[in-house]
Each structure stands twice: as structure tokens, then as C-alpha cells.
Design a protein around this ligand. Structure first.
Ligand code: 2AM
Ligand code: CA
Ligand code: CA
Ligand code: CA
Length: 265
């Protein structure tokens, strides 16, 4: 049986090592490419960081599987055994243009069950991590479950762009959600926003399109806190396919699904 505390420590040490390399890279010019459009970027730093983790996992745990955003490893066919799901830089646009608010995200799963979760905000030096059944932490401080707040006292995080795409099927429910909440934030890094929900800095985070590497790390944090993350229709998030995501404390999460983003709306 794997020692998840120990594996978590190894993963955090690699994360700190990778973060040092990212900060060094940030001090020099690097190549930026657009993927699907001007808001979907990748740099050589994303690719090098993913390769760093892939090589570490391959050398140290050859029996483990690996999934990363930038395609270093083969596509994942299933979630049997121990799988590392990594986003080498979450918030690449922030990385390129703002040079703050980006994270390394790692989820380690066993047969589809989240065991270790890491979201490291590199420039803030904030290490959010959880080990299933042990606890969730930011740096060395254990996170304590926050109280539920009614929607009109809740701060919701989402990408405001979705509100402007009026022919998008989710635009109207999201407009209503924004109207009924206390206020809205937008940080541009899904893993950080999900970790903020786990840390009770945000009450909810909503996205119309994420991939498994965006939420695999933070999902372990959210589960450890007893919070919920599902698709807009209330389904468990998949590690093989992405889609819509709504994460919040359980009562608020259920309310947002049933009264706003769920299929009956
Ligand atoms: P990324 O920076 O790793 O690409 C805001 O763009 C947030 O949504 C980021 O966390 C980003 O992750 C994520 N995201 C997911 N799919 C995306 C896409 N197709 N284009 C841009 N961002 C995407
Ligand atoms: Ca990306
Ligand atoms: Ca991402
Ligand atoms: Ca990324």
C-alpha cells in the first residue's frame, strides 16, 4: 500500500523544485504560442515543466500512470492503479502577461479516488495541499471548514467572458447567479480559484469548460474539506473527460445546481 503522506511530500518537493525553474525562466524571454485562440496560450516553460514532472515520475515510480495538459505522456485510457494528473502551469495567460497568479497543480489518484492534491501558487508561495483522510493545508496551516453562507452573502468566481456570450447556453443562468450573489471575482487560474473555495476565500467557483488537469489537484482539497465539485448537471467530475464545473460548500453547491446551472434551468 502506498504511503500517501510520503508521496505527498515527494510531490511537494518536486513542485518547489519546478517552481524555482519557472521563476528563473520568467526572468528571461521565452516562446509563447496560441493554441485554439488568443486566450489559449502555451509556452516552452509549460512544456519543460511538464517534462520535468513526467521524467521524475517515470524514474521514481515507473508503475504509475501520468496525464498532463501538454501531452508529454500518452492519453489516459482508464484510471486503474496510481495516476498523476498534472497541469504544469495553470493560468498560462497570467504567467505570460501578469507574471503572477499561476499555479502548479497535481492530483494523485488510486483507482479514480483522489489521495493527494497540490495547488502551488508559485509567486505567492502558497502551497495548498491535501492528503485524503489526513487533512488539507495552506503552507503549514490546516484548513478549517467554513460556514455555509446564503447566496446573497457569497462571493462567486468565474470568467466574466461567459456573461457576454449571449447565445451561449449557460450565459443566462450565469447572469442570474451573478445578480443574486454578493459579488464576483475572476482570477484566471482555475486551480487557484478551486483551492480558494477549499480555503473559504471564495464561496463558489464556476466554469463552463475545464479539463481534468485543471481540477484534479484541487478536487482532493475540496473533498477533504467536505465540499462539493460537480458538473452543471450535478455529475461527479471525470478524470478522463472535462466539461462544466461548479464547486462550493455542499448546500450552496446544490442550490446553484438546482436553481441556476442545472438542466432544468
Ligand atoms: P490554463 O491556463 O492551464 O490553460 C482561465 O483561462 C482558466 O481556464 C485557466 O485555469 C486555464 O488553464 C483554464 N482553461 C481550461 N481550458 C481552457 C482553454 N481552452 N483556453 C483557455 N483557458 C482554459
Ligand atoms: Ca492551457
Ligand atoms: Ca489549467
Ligand atoms: Ca496549463
Amino acid at each position: 500500500m502506498a504511503d500517501w503522506n510520503e508521496l505527498g511530500k515527494v510531490a511537494r518537493n518536486w513542485t518547489y523544485e519546478a517552481a524555482e525553474q519557472i521563476k528563473e525562466a520568467l526572468a528571461n524571454p521565452f516562446k509563447v504560442e496560441a493554441k485554439s485562440g488568443p486566450d489559449d496560450l502555451v509556452t516552452e516553460v509549460d512544456k519543460n515543466t511538464e517534462a520535468f514532472f513526467y521524467n521524475k515520475v517515470r524514474e521514481t515510480f515507473p508503475e504509475h500512470s501520468f496525464l498532463g495538459e501538454e501531452g508529454t505522456a500518452e492519453k489516459l485510457e482508464n484510471t486503474d492503479g496510481i495516476t498523476w494528473i498534472i497541469d504544469p502551469i495553470d493560468g498560462t495567460m497570467n504567467f505570460v502577461q501578469q507574471k503572477i497568479k499561476f499555479a502548479i497543480s497535481i492530483g494523485i489518484y488510486e483507482d479514480g479516488v483522489g489521495k493527494v492534491g497540490i495547488v502551488y501558487d508559485v509567486m505567492a508561495d502558497e502551497m495548498f495541499y491535501a492528503v485524503k483522510g489526513v487533512g488539507a493545508y495552506v503552507n503549514e496551516v490546516e484548513l478549517v471548514a467554513g460556514k455555509e453562507r446564503p447566496l446573497n452573502e457569497s462571493i462567486i468566481s468565474l470568467n466574466a467572458r461567459w456573461l457576454t456570450e449571449t447565445d451561449h447556453p449557460h450565459a443566462n443562468p450565469l447572469l442570474a447567479l451573478v445578480r443574486d450573489s454578493r459579488s464576483v471575482r475572476s482570477y484566471g487560474a482555475a486551480a487557484i480559484e478551486l483551492a480558494y473555495v477549499a480555503a473559504d476565500r471564495l464561496d463558489a467557483y464556476v466554469s463552463v469548460n475545464l479539463s481534468p488537469w485543471d481540477y484534479a489537484g484541487a478536487q482532493v482539497l475540496l473533498e477533504e474539506m467536505g465540499y462539493r465539485a460537480t458538473s452543471f448537471s450535478g455529475e461527479t467530475l471525470s478524470l478522463l473527460n472535462g466539461g462544466t464545473v461548479i464547486a462550493a460548500k455542499p448546500a450552496l453547491q446544490r442550490e446553484i445546481v438546482s436553481a441556476y446551472v442545472g438542466e432544468e434551468n
